[in-house]
Design a protein around this ligand. Sequence first.
Ligand SMILES: [Ca+2]
Length: 513
Amino acid sequence: MLRISSAELRGMMFKALASALILVAPALASAQTASDATCARVANTLKLQDTTITSAAIVAAADGLPAYCRVQLTIKPSADSDIKSEVWMPMSGWNGKFQQVGNGAFAGSIQYAALKDALKRGYAAASTDTGHTGTGAAWAAGHPEKIIDWGYRSEHLTALHSKAAITNFYGVGPKLSYFTGCSGGGRMAFQEAQRYPADFDAILAGAPAYDRGNEAFGFMAKWKATHESPESVIPTSKYPAIHRAALEACDAIDGLKDGLIEDVLSCRFDPKVLACARGTNNDSCLTAPQVDAVRKLYAGAKHPKTGELIFPGFEPGSELQWTAVTGGAEPLDVGYDVFKYILLQDPNWDPKSFDLAKDYDRLHKLDNSTLSPANADLTPFVSRGGKLLIYQGWADPNVSPRSPLMYYDRVVKTIGKKAVDDSMRLFYAPGMGHCGGGEGPNVFDALTALEQWREQGKAPASILATHSTNGKVDRTRPLCPYPQIAQYRGSGSIDQAENFFCAEKSHNVSASK
Ligand SMILES: [Ca+2]
């Protein structure tokens, strides 16, 4: 029998420990230095067409973010291009996936807050300024290549280059790629699903401003309706009365008076119920020209000669959100700038000269899929297993809520209901404004729902949303996939999601006013 004294044992253990440390220590050191060097090395070893890597450097962990390798790119696919993009790759805890984040309105800046959110979830993440800086679209006049960069090229090249950077840095590419965006970011999401179906495996499109050209006509028509004459202006002090009247007409149609219109499609509301008594005018009523103006806001932009719906209008329940679109001395830039700098290329264009029939007939053909990705054939995307999750607030004053619904219906007609059920969902949030806010539950984690769908095959049957007042949650509610709506079970708190279920409701017009 081999006898070992405790002293010998201690000695052996020390030697073993020491040799283990000798083995481990260099490995740790090299892992650390390898990572540092690997980030810097991206700049020297990654070759990307028409692209300069202006920086590749580690950013230390801070504010809940892990340390990450930050790669900055300048991409010039045309002589007039100047696209800035960034790729952030966590040094530890990478979830093996890629997420690219979209931009609102006309873009014009890297989306740092969204990059941080993606990084916190473990993603390697990317964002682009889409090829210009600042808000608005003054950059677009006389720059057709920049319009293409903004329209779709910057997001596609950012996706390609980010995947190359990830492969260079980690030695392996992302196992799955996600795109997330709202408003203008929803438009970018549609471009990717339609034009570059292999870029992303799953796409989250909030309030997609995909019908950008027609939407601009919609913005102009709404502004014109409330600036036709001094009499047609609707003072913001009248919005609450219009809102109360809309709720009075339609809140209960969904079976529950809770201040939210779930069943918007069954709602029929005529603002004439607010007509001022002869000789009176106050915040509780509308004058005849104001009734006429408000009717136009709900009706949407219809061609005066053909009756064609060019872009849908506001929905009942959205009244408290109208100010930016109808209340300004000038039209909101997301519509106005499309006319000034993209369609007309005339910075001095007078919005008061807007004539829906005349301008639509001469200008709408200038719009195309660069501006407005509306191709309903998603076959290439869905046949790869792609998932498209869309969400939309019913009280959104910017992207008319029926706009994504019109697209959804066209996709069903084009690729069939089965393919849509397998690959696409449209969730409505009653009382929610543009990409958030509003009286309805407006905070929810749609990305987790999308991840579970794409990665576990668990199609989202509902998404839990919360509403808070002064930082305190005061209502939870399931968001339901169109054409379902959330319905009350008949007992329990109306502020608790578990007392509701998602189901289709037949849209019985006779049930509404
Ligand atoms: Ca209701």
